[in-house]
Design a protein around this ligand. Structure first.
Ligand code: ZN
Length: 79
């Protein structure tokens, strides 16, 4: 099988396009994942609205500003 120049160029174009698309999807996925992880660490005190990050596994943490117990990493759309 012998490639003509036009076929070769088309192959390179399609190949690089697929590569760029795959890289974009991968970086998007990684960004989304790290954002989710950051969100899971984030807590907002319901008493003083102080936003903080906590790397512990606890879901209920003490607010560093006022000391109130507050839920961490819970989505606002679901109760
Ligand atoms: Zn607080």
């Amino acid at each position: 099988m012998e490639l003509t120049l036009a076929e070769f160029v088309r192959l390179v174009l399609v190949g690089s396009f697929a590569l760029v698309l795959a890289a974009a999807m991968l970086s998007r996925y990684l960004h989304h994942r790290s954002e989710r992880q950051a969100l899971a660490r984030r807590g907002i005190c319901r008493l003083c609205l102080h936003a903080f990050e906590d790397s512990s596994q606890e879901t209920i943490v003490e607010c560093p500003a006022c000391g109130a117990m507050t839920d961490k990493g819970r989505s606002r759309s679901l109760g």
